[in-house]
Design a protein around this ligand. Structure first.
Ligand code: PLP
Length: 396
């Protein structure tokens, strides 16, 4: 039999999805499973976006330009202007989700064996994109006791080698919920300029910021024009995960012209989804006000309920819709599987994401889980109470 590539063998499978067969068995056993494990919002997609594809005047569902339609990119530039980010439509490439923007960014700025420094825990698929791009992830650990704030800048400095090409941050963070302050971005900017690196910021959760805190983008930082690359997406912003639309944004023309070659190789981002996403840009502010209010309420309920559980530690999220929780168990992996396979409370259980998969340092975060608060208030309260009961009887 012909052999699979080494790269293919090295590709990590999703740490979130590996529990799916156990969840499926739990359904077959007649259990209700509360999903705290996955970032699929239950929020409705704006009608204006759905209407745009319900009624359209296309005769041919043709390709668009590889960088996305000009009309759409012009409107995206206006969206950024409203968010105090000054970019031209020519600084934007529309991609098939933020996922493809990450792949294009990695491919455009790094060669085989180059290194990228990423504060961990981080969005697990960064590992997959790094393997696919043959790039080495160099993690710098952020800590639950600091709410996952930016690690001291000296720790980044210590990890920089002549192979380091970029630092990648996720702001606000998945899975940490941490929101980097302006001061932290300035510290990063200084080290980026000093070592002439790229700063890639995954800002797909930009709107999801609570408690009146202000989001500060790397592109608001002066002097980073040649270094900054934003990864963006409509998936969570408009609850349009299935549209598969994202963007790569940079004022560095060489980055854009290089990423465009990757974009040309896959011809075009999806046409219908661009129509829906362009219409989504006209979503009224009241939609976001309601969504942010809802997530903020859920976060408060989740944290309040979690704090009622003995021996549990939780990092207070300031943005996105995730948090990391440290449990009084040895292996969160085992606990998560046990919840699905062996536990039920009145025929109900919960599914959580073990957090070890969000670290690239081995044996870190073994007793942590990530919780996504994408369930309504009642389900959240129920799910946490099931977690509490389960911990009482879990054979640790
Ligand atoms: C931090 C982060 N970046 C990127 C993505 C990719 O999203 P998409 O490809 O749907 O735009 C996700 C999805 O969950 C994410 O959480």
């Amino acid at each position: 039999m012909p052999k699979i590539s080494k790269k293919g063998q090295m590709m990590p499978s999703s740490p979130i999805r590996k529990l799916v067969p156990y969840a499926e068995q739990a359904y077959k056993d007649g259990k209700t499973v509360y999903h705290l494990n996955i970032g699929q919002p239950d929020i409705k997609t704006p009608e204006i976006a759905l209407d745009a594809v319900r009624v359209h005047s296309l005769d041919i569902l043709a390709y668009t330009r590889s960088e996305g339609s000009e009309e759409y990119r012009k409107k995206i530039a206006q969206y950024y202007a409203k968010n105090n980010i000054n970019v031209d439509h020519s600084d934007i490439i529309v991609t098939t989700g933020g996922s493809e923007a990450l792949l294009f960014a990695f491919g455009s700025v790094m060669d085989s064996d180059d290194e990228i420094i990423i504060p961990e825990p981080f969005y697990a698929n960064y590992n997959g994109f790094s393997t696919a791009s043959d790039v080495k992830v160099v993690p710098v650990i952020s800590k639950i006791d600091d709410n996952f704030a930016l690690p001291p800048i000296e720790e980044f400095e210590r990890l920089i080698t002549d192979k380091t090409k970029a630092i990648l941050i996720c702001n606000p963070g998945n899975p940490t919920g941490y929101l980097y302050s302006k001061e932290e971005i300035k510290q990063l900017a200084a080290i980026i300029k000093k070592h002439d690196l790229f700063l890639i910021a995954d800002e797909v959760y930009r709107e999801f910021v609570y408690d009146g805190n202000e989001f500060y983008s790397i592109m608001q930082e002066e002097g980073l024009e040649d270094h900054a690359i934003i990864i963006d997406s409509v998936s969570k912003r408009y609850s349009m995960c299935g549209a598969r639309i994202g963007y790569l944004v940079s004022k560095n023309k060489e980055v854009i012209s290089t990423a465009l070659k990757f974009a040309q190789a896959r011809l075009s981002p999806p046409t219908l989804a661009q129509i829906a996403s362009e219409a989504a840009l006209d979503t009224p502010q009241s939609y976001f006000d309601d969504v942010i209010k809802e997530y903020s309420k859920r976060r408060n309920i989740l944290i309040r309920e979690l704090k009622k559980i003995d021996g549990l530690k939780v990092a207070e999220p300031k943005g996105a819709f995730y948090c990391i929780v440290e449990l009084p168990v040895k292996s969160a992996d085992h606990f998560a599987q046990w919840l699905l396979e062996s536990y039920e409370h009145h025929k109900e259980t919960v599914m959580v994401a073990p957090a070890a998969g969000f670290y690239s340092t081995p044996n870190v975060g073994l007793n942590q889980i990530r919780i996504a608060y994408v369930l309504n208030e009642e389900s959240l309260i129920k799910a946490v109470s099931i977690l509490k009961e389960a911990l009482k009887v879990y054979p640790n």
